[in-house]
Design a protein around this ligand. Structure first.
Ligand code: DER
Length: 259
């Protein structure tokens, strides 16, 4: 299909442009697009991949399996215990649910957003791979909700706070027909999907609108910081692009290439 061809094209281009045989640690995200990234890396041959350690963002799941199957190398453990202080993940590839013109992303459609952000912020370079459907002028144009990973005990309180912040109806993600009850993440948490109006960029704000939700609109980075502060939130599905002042765990303040 056109979408699958677009995912594959994006994945092969991302690997061509941002994968180097000298790299040692490679972060591998979750989702269907990243499977093509794994395929493109595997195509480099075992003489290249056998020297590498691939760090997945899912404990168990098709990405890990496809990484092992396609790359036939031991996949790095979930812990990012890299040996030396200077060592970090050389590059991390991952998908997204939506991307705006500042490269801010909505992520978490696959309920792995905590591990994905942990790997992304532990990488010197984070490459977001996405087909044409994902690029939008402002986040929450097509994808209507922000996935938030929350401690189950805090869910009722977090829901109330989200409503006061202007989210009409935050919903705990259910497991669908297969599994009754909420989706439980690899970290034993729940996912709350919080709808918000499209997220503004600073340049959009009208005179007097500070983008802090008081005028009914949120500027993307301000909402991100506000959501992170809510007690019981483990991680949020807003990945900050340029100007996001995202502290990169690989040591440099806001370093590395954001999504
Ligand atoms: O959960 C995520 O953020 C994933 O990256 C995901 O939603 C993207 O999935 P896709 O590549 O299957 O569209």
């Amino acid at each position: 299909s056109k979408v699958e061809a677009s995912k594959r094209l994006a994945a092969y281009k991302a690997v061509e442009d941002h994968f180097d045989p000298s790299y040692r640690y490679i972060g591998i995200g979750s989702g269907s697009t990243v499977v093509y990234v794994v395929e493109a890396i595997a195509a480099k041959g075992r003489n290249v991949t056998s020297k590498m350690i691939f760090i997945p963002t899912v404990e168990v799941g098709h990405t890990k399996l496809s990484a092992v199957q396609a790359l036939k190398v031991s996949v790095g453990l979930q812990d990012l215990g890299l040996k030396g202080k200077r060592e970090a993940i050389d590059v991390a590839f991952d998908g997204a649910d939506e991307i705006d013109e500042e490269l801010n992303c909505i992520k978490g459609g696959g309920a792995c957003l905590f591990q994905e952000k942990l790997v992304a912020t532990s990488a010197k370079k984070f490459i977001c791979v996405a087909d044409f459907r994902k690029l939008v002028p402002r986040l929450l144009t097509n994808w209507k909700t922000i996935p938030i990973e929350v401690a189950p005990k805090a869910a009722p309180t977090i829901k109330r706070i989200l409503i006061t912040l202007g989210s009409p109806d935050p919903v705990i993600r259910q497991g669908g027909s297969a599994k009754a009850g909420p989706v439980v993440t690899d970290n034993g948490m729940w996912i709350m999907d919080a709808p918000f109006p499209p997220l503004k960029l600073a340049s959009d704000l009208e005179e007097g609108d500070k983008g802090d939700g008081t005028h009914g609109t949120w500027e993307v980075h301000q909402l991100g910081r506000r959501l992170k502060r809510i007690v019981g939130v483990l991680e949020i599905g807003i990945f900050h692009g340029r100007n996001g002042l995202q502290v990169s765990n690989s040591g440099e303040e806001g370093g590395g290439q954001r999504p």
